[in-house]
Ligand binder design. Sequence first.
Ligand code: 5GP
Length: 350
Amino acid sequence: MRIEEGIKLGFKDVLILPKRSALKSRSEVSLCKKIHFKYSNVCWSGIPIIASNMDTVGTFNMAHVLSEFHIFTAIHKYYNIQQWKEFILHIPKKKLHYVMISTGISDLDYMKLKQIIALSPLLQYICIDVANGYSEYLIDFIKKIRSKFPDKVICSGNVVTGEMVEALLLAGSDIVKVGIGPGSVCTTRLKTGVGYPQLSAIIECADAAHGLKGHIISDGGCINSGDIAKAFGAGADFVMLGGIFAGHNECEGEIIQDNGKKFMIFYGMSSKNAMKLHMGKIDKYKTDEGKSVKLLFKGSVYNTVLDILGGLRSTCTYIGAQGIHELTKRTTFIRVLEQENKVFNNSNLF
Ligand code: 5GP
C-alpha cells in the first residue's frame, strides 16, 4: 500500500485569475480551434466540445443541431445499421465532420463498427469507450482498429493518469478520454472508492499527451460553462458533456409530468435503468455504478449552446485570450475555498 500525498484538485477547488486584456468585446473572441491528429493526418476545425455518447444524449437529433455550431456529437452505440443508414441519408455531408461513432471492444462491437464505417467515407471519428481504460483488452482493440483503419481518428478511454495516456496513444489512439468518476450521474467513486479529481487529471494527462503529440478529452464533471473554461484552461483539447446537454428536445430520455411540470429522465450508462434496457438484466456479480435523475425539461439544446459559448467568450475576455486556443497559456488557477455567493438559491429564482 502507498499514499500519494500531493493534493489533487477538482473544478470546485479553483478559480481563474483575471488578467489584463486587449480585447474590446466578447465578439472578438473565436471559439474555433484547428487540431491536427497524431496518426490519422486529419485536420479538424470546430468548437472543441463533444456531446457524450450516453444513450439519451449522443443522439442523431443532437448531432443535427450541434453540428450547426461545429460541435461534435459522440453518437451512442445502440443505434442499429438501418438507423445509421437513414441518418447518413438525411444529414448534410459536411455535418458528418462533427460525428463520432462509439464502440465497445467486443467482437460484436467490432463487426458493427466496420459496418457503420462502410456506410460513408466521411465518418472519420471513432470513440472506443470502456468504463475502465486500464484494461489490457482495450490496448489490443486499439491496435486492431489502428491497423484496420489507419486514416481514421481514434479516441479511447477512460483513464486518469499520464502513464496510461501514453500507453493508449502509443497503441494507436489519437485522442485519450480522461475522467473516472466525475460524471453527474456516476456513482463509481461511491461504489468502488476509485477515482481522481478531474482538474488534476486533466493537467497531468494533457501534459503526458501533448508530449507525444496526442490530445485529450476531459470527460465528465462540468456543471456549468465556468467548469468548461477551467477544463480548457487546465489543458483539455476537447470537453465532453453529458448532464449539461441532457433534458433537451434533442435527447431521447423518457418524458414525465410531475405536479404540472415536464421532466426528462436522465441516467448513467452503468445505472440499473441502462443495464435493464440494453442487457435485459443485471448480472448477479455486478453492481450498478450510475444513478437516474429527472431533469426539468430544458427545451431546445440550441439555447444551452448559446449560453455555454457566451460564457466561454467571457472567460477569454477576462483573461485576455483571443480564443479557446489561447486559454491554457493565459490561465493561472487560484486555489479557493469558496465559489459562488449562495445567499439566494434555486427556490428564489424568478
Ligand atoms: P457529466 O457531463 O454528466 O458530468 O458526465 C458525463 C460522463 O459521465 C460520460 O461521458 C461518461 O464518461 C460518464 N458516465 C456516464 N454514465 C455513467 C455511469 O453510469 N457511471 C459512470 N461511472 N460514469 C458514467
